[in-house]
Design a protein around this ligand. Structure first.
Ligand code: G3I
Length: 378
């Protein structure tokens, strides 16, 4: 039995050489080929995957996708846990993997209210942290991380989830200590760190009227100040019946005339009952397990597989229709076993939100997505 360290070692050699495991390479059609005239298709890669725990999953990524996003390995908490400590091993392998496979490499993310170590917001014992000191910390982090991958990471989620569903600015520590202009500062620092990288604002629940209004205002304000922003990320953490196809269409209509690229950045469709949080993706909000919330522990029934396949097909038909505005569709995970939805909003459930199952086999939803594409002239 090969132990985990040895497996990681062999796998990381394979990954760094860009070797694709042939057994998976040609088994089924590739999403990146099916949509090559429409938009890039990508996935989020986990830290264990890039460190070699799942070589078959990485092989599937190389075979299916032409863009990759790190699920967690470039978040402040993982890459810069202490003021003078950086963990770049996983990030270096991630970028190498993307370069070896000729992929569009996304960095996620530079400034977020979540997964940011407590030290970032800590003043000295005498007084709370001031604006200037926090701005310096933000600038130094962005320079260290985005600067390290200058010219190699193609686009950054610069600011993540800074706006509430009703359109108000989230009262994060960034906003409270620096002020509302923390967003534009983050974009300026990111552009200074890597002038070639595309810069994005990324959020969830972006079909909600309050959010639409606020995000449009934000983009227009940044552009009016000649602050570089190339795209708006629509995360896409949706369900079988929300948002409606009309609401998804409305996002393309509303954001489509901002003069920036649109990208679906974290697509997954939970099939599990809502415990009352009504979707979204605020990792700080959770619900307790109770009877009926985890109905598919022993497998997904055929009728639910079909509903998921039909829902994905309907959504991809909208994506293809708006391919002229849509630059990328990224799934938030390679396979169902990786999905954050198995532990959010309720810990320890069994969800089936993606196109590949826990054995990396394509699901009915994969076939239904492949069958929707029609060449769209850009
Ligand atoms: O790596 C540690 C592990 O060592 C430890 O044993 C374990 C115990 O809890 O935690 C592990 O870290 C977890 C990490 O995922 C890696 O699995 C963190 O607790 C957990 O909070 C983290 O969750 C991630 C979440 O963001 C918060 O960062 C999810 O994987 C990730 O899918 C999710 O992704 C976010 C996007 O970045 C932004 N949009 C919303 C989306 C969903 O929340």
């Amino acid at each position: 039995m090969i132990d985990r360290v040895t497996k990681r070692c062999f796998a990381s050699i394979a990954v760094s050489l860009g070797v694709v495991i042939p057994s998976l390479a040609a088994e089924h059609a590739a999403l990146k080929e099916a949509f090559k005239d429409n938009f890039r298709v990508g996935t989020a890669i986990s830290t264990p995957q890039i460190l070699g725990d799942e070589p078959a999953a990485l092989a599937l990524v190389a075979q299916q996708f032409n863009t990759i996003t790190p699920e967690n390995l470039l978040k402040w908490q993982e890459v810069h846990p202490q003021p003078d400590e950086f963990n770049f091993d996983a990030a270096d392998r991630f970028v190498e993997f993307g370069e070896k496979n000729g992929m569009f490499i996304v960095g996620h993310n530079l400034v977020w209210h979540s997964q940011t170590p407590a030290w970032v917001f800590k003043g000295d014992s005498a007084k709370p942290l001031d604006r200037e000191t926090l701005l310096k910390r933000m600038q130094s982090h962005i320079q260290s991380v985005a600067g390290r991958f200058k010219g190699r990471i193609n686009g950054w989620d610069v600011v993540n989830e800074a706006i509430e569903d009703d359109g108000a600015l989230r009262k994060s520590k960034w906003q409270q200590i620096i002020g509302d202009d923390f967003i534009e500062k983050a974009f300026q620092f990111a552009h200074e760190a890597d002038p070639k990288a595309e810069l994005y604002y990324n959020d969830y629940n972006e079909w909600k009227p309050g959010k639409i209004k606020a995000i449009k205002k934000l983009v227009q304000k940044l552009k009016s100040k000649n602050i570089r922003i190339e795209g708006v990320g629509l995360q896409g953490h949706w369900g079988l019946d929300y948002p409606s196809t009309q609401e998804i269409e409305s996002m393309f209509a509303e954001y489509g005339d901002l003069g920036v690229k649109l990208m679906v950045t974290e697509l997954d469709l939970t099939v599990l009952p809502d415990p009352g949080l009504r979707g979204g993706a605020d990792v700080a909000r959770r619900a307790e397990m109770r009877k009926g919330l985890d109905p598919y522990r022993d497998g997904l029934p055929e009728d639910v597989q079909r509903r998921l396949a039909e829902r994905y097909a309907a959504i991809f038909r909208i994506f293809v229709k708006h391919a002229n505005k849509l630059d990328r569709v990224t799934f938030w995970g390679v396979h169902d076993g990786q999905s954050w939805h198995n532990n959010w909003p309720v810990r320890g459930r069994t969800d089936y939100p993606l196109l590949f199952d826990r054995q990396l086999h394509p699901k009915m939803a994969f076939d239904s997505v492949i069958q929707t594409q029609t060449p769209v002239r850009k």
